[in-house]
Design a protein around this ligand. Structure first.
Ligand code: FBP
Length: 570
């Protein structure tokens, strides 16, 4: 075999030139942990910051043990741990959609637990926990997965642990593996599940009557798990938005080169428009829709179409431009008031008539639903193209959410803009292309920001477990000023929300605030971006060199940072 052929074979199974190099990338750690080579365990204490929500009283009644223990107080570092804890058995799992940096949470956790405690990985997400699919994570495993993207080391799923039987199964897994702690690396729903498990497992699990600790870690590319002043962003957001921004930047460059297309780009992010706002700030396209603004201004579908059509006409008439880019947030459809009312009716209807609906043939379902809708919603439903109707009736995910990633809003908008232009300005050229950037961004190699952030999150999770804490989500704040590990009491974030026709405990999604500095900056610039080509091409993400330490622009603006650089450990 030639030398080249041998080299190529050696690259199989995550051994590309890049993957080999990236494993050696040094990661900074927050000063509180001491030397990066041997991070120290920590002692946490409350400084009197107590969290509350509008439903705190109801939550306290549902979570009496964890609320009594934490007092819903935030924990900050009080110094190094007094003594080394050993013999703990900890199981960690991924929950929900993948996000870059998950592997580094495991690596940071493994490093903090050290050789005298045991870390298990749970295969296949919460379902794997129910089934007891645990295996020990070794130092060699951690060295292999360090700085690599994806969740493929463990896998993930969207099982929500909600029935008494499921809680009992978790208990049996804890007993069978003699666990001391469970780590749930997930988004808002998964961290709500972590709070429920922390309460359920609080006492009486082990032979001596003690419980099993539960700690969450904030993951989701959507960026909608944020706590002002305490959790600036969830991990995975930076990597996903940098990947989308690179692709959108390439498309903008193409529009200016080929001079003939309007590209409609839908961006993942579920309900919140954080991803879309971040990509817009990075590439400066002609039109960007922000769902939260559309809801606030109560813009109808027709008004949104009118707005895009005007931009198309103005760019052509004023500058002769036949091209442009429209960014569309994934969850837009739920924020258009008349669509939101329709979806709410559909959610209730599908929950209450689940069996009858499931028994129908696919082509009979729209009529079954239409007959049970209010007059306004039925009229809207009848006006929508088949490709939207079938997706509105598609199965909800296990948390009761409409699967917005399946709805081709970008196609709907461009079809409607095309139809509007035919009557408004038939002389204006309007050729279109459509894209959906979503899955491409979830499993890429983490940016240096996500790699460092998640490693420090893992260290924080480990320190909380060694200190015996339960019912908290680990966080690292102060990302542009050194980084500060802290713990947020999960019950301090929980509200009661109507889902699937029932009241449920949830951590509310953090949506884009119209008065947030990042949004304000965007609204101040967007008219200029619409009038002419002002785009920037952010290029591929960098792990070495001057562009490596960039942080998300929305985070920098919202946190009042002085520059676009993260400074963990400095
Ligand atoms: P999480 O909130 O679980 O991290 O999921 C994020 C996400 O990527 C959303 O942006 C998207 O709507 C959804 O997952 C897609 O889910 P699925 O992987 O089940 O298709």
């Amino acid at each position: 075999m030639s030398t080249l052929a041998a080299q190529l074979e050696q690259m199989e199974s995550h051994r590309s030139v890049f993957e080999n190099a990236v494993r050696d990338l040094p990661l900074p750690v927050c000063k509180a942990f001491g030397p990066a080579a041997a991070p120290q365990a920590l002692r946490f204490a409350s400084q009197g910051e107590v969290l509350s929500t509008r439903d705190s009283a109801t939550v306290a009644a549902r979570f009496p043990q964890t609320v009594a223990a934490s007092g819903n107080a935030v924990l900050r570092v009080a110094g190094p741990a007094a003594a080394r804890v050993s013999g703990k058995r900890v199981a960690a799992l991924f929950s929900g959609g993948p996000a870059a940096g998950g592997h580094n949470v495991l690596c940071g956790l493994k490093k903090m637990l050290g050789a005298d405690n045991t870390l298990f990985g749970v295969k296949g997400g919460p379902k794997g926990l129910l089934q007891g699919k645990l295996f020990e994570i070794t130092d060699a495993d951690a060295a292999t997965i360090l700085n690599t993207g994806g969740f493929d080391f463990l896998g993930t799923d969207r099982t929500k642990i909600k029935t008494a039987e499921q809680f009992e199964q978790v208990k049996q897994t804890c007993i069978a593996h003699n666990l001391d702690a469970i780590v749930i690396i997930g988004g808002d729903d998964s961290n709500t599940n972590a709070a429920l498990l922390a309460e359920f497992l609080y006492t009486g699990i082990k032979a001596d009557g003690s419980g099993v600790q539960v700690i969450g870690a904030p993951k989701t590319i959507d960026g909608d798990l944020q706590v002002p002043g305490l959790l600036p962003i969830s991990f995975g957001f930076d990597t996903a938005t940098r990947i989308y921004a690179e692709l959108a930047g390439n498309i903008l460059q193409d529009t200016r080169s080929s001079l003939k297309y309007w590209h409609f780009i839908k961006l993942m992010g579920r309900s919140a428009s954080h991803v879309t706002l971040e990509v817009a700030l990075q590439v400066k396209p002609a039109v960007t829709l922000i769902s939260e603004e559309i809801a606030e201004k109560k813009l109808s579908l027709g008004a949104i179409v009118e707005q895009i059509a005007s931009a198309v006409v103005d760019r052509f008439k004023n500058k002769g431009l036949k091209h442009g880019v429209v960014l569309v947030p994934e969850g837009l459809i739920e924020f258009i008031p008349e669509m939101n009312a329709l979806i709410a009716e559909l959610n209730d209807l599908l929950a209450h008539h689940a069996d009858a609906f499931a028994a129908l043939a696919a082509d009979a379902r729209p009529a079954f639903v239409a007959a049970r809708l209010s007059a306004a919603s039925a009229a809207l439903f009848a006006s929508l193209p088949d490709y939207i109707v079938s997706m509105l009736l598609a199965e909800r995910d296990s948390h009761g959410n409409l699967q917005v990633s399946l709805i081709p809003t970008e196609q709907l908008l461009s079809d409607m803009v095309g139809a509007r232009l035919a009557t408004l300005a038939a002389d204006v050229p309007f050729a279109t292309q459509h894209h959906f950037f979503g899955y491409e961004g979830r499993c890429g190699a983490p940016t240096l920001f996500d790699a460092a952030y998640t490693y420090n999150l893992g260290l924080t999770v480990g320190a909380l477990i060694l200190e015996g804490r339960t019912g908290y989500m680990a966080s690292v704040s102060g990302l542009t000023s050194g980084g500060e590990p802290l713990a947020i009491p999960l019950t301090g974030l929980i509200n009661v929300e109507r889902r699937h026709g029932k009241d449920e405990y949830v951590i509310e999604k953090a949506l884009v605030r119209l008065d947030a500095p990042a949004m304000q900056f965007f609204t101040g610039r967007r008219a200029a971006w619409a009038a002419d080509d002002c785009f920037a091409s952010p290029g591929p993400r960098q792990l070495w060199g001057p562009a490596a330490r960039q942080i998300p622009m929305t985070v920098a603006l919202n946190e009042g940072a002085e520059a676009l650089l993260f400074k963990i450990g400095e």
